[in-house]
Design a protein around this ligand. Structure first.
Ligand code: C2E
Ligand code: CA
Ligand code: CA
Length: 563
């Protein structure tokens, strides 16, 4: 039999009490018995209460510490990272930023690196902006910088003010560069720019092209600017020391101005550049952009088709400028000059449409027309009893055009006309072999040849000999300068002698005074043409003029012979 008194004691909670049940051996040993001990729960737990309180307090303190630590961590780590993130975004937007470095830990080092990077980006950006706005060779502001400066000035203009742009071209730059080399020639441009800055403080000076500088200023009085620019010329042209040697400086000015509403910066620069071209084309030192002479490029194209129509309809006509024989005092020739009174654009200078006709391939049609008209006008003069040599301007581009020459020869021979072709000295002759053959054909057909505008180009003696011309026309630039004396007189005299030695007659163009006639007579010049003799005249007026012609030459034949 099992001994129940050896069963283990059990402890259990019963309501508010703790009960211990201990099986025991009953006295009669027949039945099981147990000892039950009941003890109030509260009393049983009382000794553990302080321990539980301690555990709770420690737990609370721990939780508080964890919360405080994570708050401190978020302050120390997350905030600087947010600041860096914000700074990076501002840097990306191109703003100038730097972050505050407050610690010496990893975050602090990250902030320092960020600031270094931002500084480098700024420097590189400034460098790039400088390069984008400056000419690498001279360090002067470039076209983009000039355009910005002009645009700023146009925007800031007050009433009555104008922005004035000056283009300053170094003359014969390719020749200078060939003589002193690329590097020194670039130094020359840079030094000229510096000279302008030093001479006129406050002026914006930049480089537009290899050999053209540009200045920008604002004024209320453009006349005053012109006068000052002219006064500046001599000091700007003083020789510059380049590589230890003095180098001559020759410049030409182009000018253009605008008020706010007119124009944008790049167009204004274009105008000043055209002004420079116009100054050079007229052998001047300075020229304000002339929109009338330039025309409107858009309408220039239609102008050519209108010119062809005018040729077909006979709307072009000729004026004739008399040529005076300085020995006999007779008018022995005239030069035919084409005229066009355009229905909407008014009177157009031949320089405008003749040049354009050359460029666009319409010069043949124009010249055929002029020659036909000139032959007709000569017949009209003959009928009135005046036999004069009729000179017609022929573009160099037509001299190697055999078709033109044969057509012209046939026309001249059929009419028995007395014609001279004036060919500009600087004429671009495409094929010299054909040109020489054509010139020989013209001579056979008794058409004279004259070299026009002599002195304005670079023709050599060899060229003159080859052409075998009958006449040399000294450019009016030299003739008008005769009055002021100086070296031009020598130049004209030696040209006359040279032409005579080559068997040519000499005509001086642009004779505007009686004094020049006298000087030309003394130099042995053959013919004079210019306003002092007569302006170009319509054919009817020319007949009247020739009918009435008489002159008392300043130098009589006898005194000239003894001179
Ligand atoms: P060019 O052949 O040198 O003609 C002389 C120009 O000088 C003419 O200008 C004439 O009016 C001007 N002139 C004459 N005397 C004087 C003077 O005393 N002082 C000044 N300052 N000027 C004077 P225009 O008629 O305006 O002709 C300009 C140019 O147009 C001519 O220069 C010629 O190259 C060209 N041209 C004219 N007609 C024709 C033509 O039918 N065919 C071609 N291919 N060219 C022509
Ligand atoms: Ca001429
Ligand atoms: Ca001429």
């Amino acid at each position: 039999m099992q001994d129940k008194s050896r069963a283990p004691a059990r402890l259990r909670a019963d309501g508010d009490s703790l009960v211990l049940v201990q099986p025991i051996r009953a006295l009669d040993q027949t039945r099981g018995a147990a000892l039950v001990l009941r003890y109030p729960m509260a009393q049983a737990l009382a000794p553990y209460r302080p321990l539980m309180a301690a555990v709770i307090i420690v737990g609370l303190i721990g939780a508080t510490l964890v919360a405080a630590a994570s708050w401190a961590l978020s302050r120390g780590l997350a905030k600087p990272i947010t600041a860096l993130d914000e700074a990076a975004r501002r840097l990306q937007r191109g703003e100038e930023v730097s972050v505050e470095v407050t610690t010496h830990d990893e975050i602090g080092r990250l902030a320092e690196s960020f600031n270094l990077m931002a500084d480098e980006i700024r420097e590189r950006e400034a460098d790039m902006v400088h390069q984008a706005l400056h000419d690498a060779e001279t360090g002067l502001p470039n076209r983009r910088a000039l355009e910005r400066a002009i645009q700023d000035r146009l925007i800031g203009l007050a009433v009555g003010e104008q922005v004035v742009i000056g283009t300053i071209g170094l003359d014969r730059f390719p020749q200078v560069r060939a003589a002193i080399g690329y590097e020194l020639a670039t130094q020359l441009v840079a030094k000229l720019g510096q000279r302008i800055v030093d001479t006129v403080p406050g002026l914006i000076v930049g480089r537009l092209t290899t050999s053209i500088l540009c200045v920008v200023s604002t004024t209320t009085d453009t006349e005053d600017v012109l006068a000052r620019a002219e006064a500046l010329l001599p000091s700007l042209e003083a020789p510059l020391q380049i590589g230890g040697e003095p180098v001559d400086v020759h410049i030409t000015f182009g000018l253009a101005s605008a008020t706010k509403a007119d124009i944008d910066a790049s167009r204004l620069i274009e105008h000043a550049l055209i002004g420079l071209d116009q100054a050079r084309a007229t052998h001047g030192k300075m020229m304000v952009f002339d929109p009338v002479a330039y025309g409107d490029p858009a309408s220039n194209l239609s102008l050519m088709s209108e010119m062809l129509e005018a040729v077909r309809n006979g709307d072009l006509f000729l004026n004739h400028q008399p040529k005076l024989d300085l020995r006999s005092g007779q008018i022995t020739g005239v030069e035919a000059l084409v005229r066009w009174n355009h229905p909407t654009r008014g009177f157009l200078r031949p320089d405008l449409f003749v040049g354009m006709a050359e460029e666009t391939g319409h010069i043949r049609a124009l010249t055929d027309y002029v020659l036909t008209q000139a032959i007709e006008d000569q017949a009209r003069l003959r009928a009135a009893g005046h036999e004069v040599l009729m000179s017609v301007n022929v573009s160099g581009r037509l001299i190697d055009d055999q078709g033109f020459a044969e057509h012209a020869i046939a026309q001249v021979m059929a009419a028995g006309a007395n014609i001279c072709f004036e060919i500009t000295e600087t004429a671009v002759i495409g094929n010299p072999d054909i040109a020489l053959a054509v010139l020989a054909r013209l001579a056979e057909a008794n058409i004279r040849v004259s070299i026009d505008d002599y002195g304005s180009g670079l023709s050599s003696l060899a060229y003159l000999k080859q052409i075998r011309a009958d006449e040399l026309k000294i450019d009016k630039m030299f003739v008008t300068a005769l009055e002021s004396g100086g070296t031009d007189a020598l130049l004209v005299k030696s040209t006359v002698d040279l032409a005579h030695s080559l068997g040519m007659k000499v005509t001086a163009e642009g004779v505007e005074t009686r004094e020049v006639i006298a000087a030309l007579q003394l130099m042995g010049c053959d013919l004079a043409q210019g306003y002092h003799v007569a302006k170009p005249l319509a054919v009817d007026k020319l007949v009247e003029f020739l009918d009435a012609w008489a002159i008392d030459l300043p130098v009589k034949t006898e005194s000239r012979l003894s001179a």
